[in-house]
Design a protein around this ligand. Structure first.
Ligand code: SF4
Length: 236
């Protein structure tokens, strides 16, 4: 049995605290990717309770909601943990905006994925350089692109860990409220999932949690490249 399979077997049914602790035991250099969304502020809170918290980093795409930047400030003040911020490569971003305009990501799936590569995927690769594992706030209930995930997943040469995988949105919401964790007020205005401002809208009652992300695309395209399962013909 591989190490990942053994972790999935051993931690099936465990709570997020146990999964986080086991992750840092197995991968001491694991880093926590904080999107500033509800799940990730819950993870920052849980990480802050550990004797040796993981590295925490944020990908600042340059197009986040003003409220998301407020959450970053509030997390720094509340937890007094270092939060690394990774920004897009300047020349690559300038070239893309020169060629396609600031909102060119609406023109095609390829341009949207290219924008996500520059603003998210490449900075993520820098943030994770040398790390054997990363921790993120994916939940299986978030939609069709996430329903088949496991707690520990092999991911491009490292391991991706989702301690909240089996929590519902209601559980995350209750946990954040119980511990008075700083979070984005947009979560109370119909935004269960929050990414870049121009690519996120509120969802209607009954819609998937991620229906407001890239709402003009097909549901099976609703990933930015950080978590998307590659399909034949996709660009790297
Ligand atoms: Fe660009 Fe939208 Fe992706 Fe943000 S979510 S990186 S603005 S395409």
């Amino acid at each position: 049995m591989t190490a990942v399979a053994e972790l999935n077997r051993r931690l099936a049914g465990a709570g997020p605290e146990t999964i986080l602790a086991a992750t840092l035991e197995a991968f001491p250099d694991a880093a926590l990717a904080c999107s500033l969304g509800l799940e990730d502020v819950a993870l920052v809170h849980l990480a802050s309770q550990l004797p040796r918290p993981p590295r925490i980093f944020v990908l600042d795409t340059g197009r986040l909601f003003p409220e998301s930047y407020d959450v970053l400030d509030q997390l720094r003040r509340r937890y007094r943990l270092p939060v690394e911020v990774y920004c897009p490569d300047g020349p690559a971003l300038e070239a893309w905006v020169d060629a396609h305009g600031p909102n060119g990501f609406r023109d095609s799936l390829e341009l949207r994925q290219a924008c996500c590569r520059i603003r998210k995927v490449e900075p993520l690769a820098r943030a994770l350089a040398g790390a054997a594992a990363w921790i993120c706030g994916l939940r299986s209930a978030q939609g069709p692109t996430r329903s088949g995930l496991q707690l520990f997943e092999p991911d491009a040469g490292r391991v991706k860990v989702s301690p909240l995988l089996h929590w519902s949105l209601a559980q995350v919401t209750a946990f954040v409220a119980e511990h008075r964790i700083p979070h984005n007020p947009l979560h109370h205005q119909g935004f269960p999932s929050i990414g870049c401002a121009p690519c996120t809208r509120a969802v209607a009652a009954g819609e998937d949690e991620r229906a407001g992300r890239w709402w003009w695309e097909r549901p099976d395209h609703k990933e930015c490249g950080l978590h998307r399962t590659p399909r034949p013909g996709d660009q790297p």
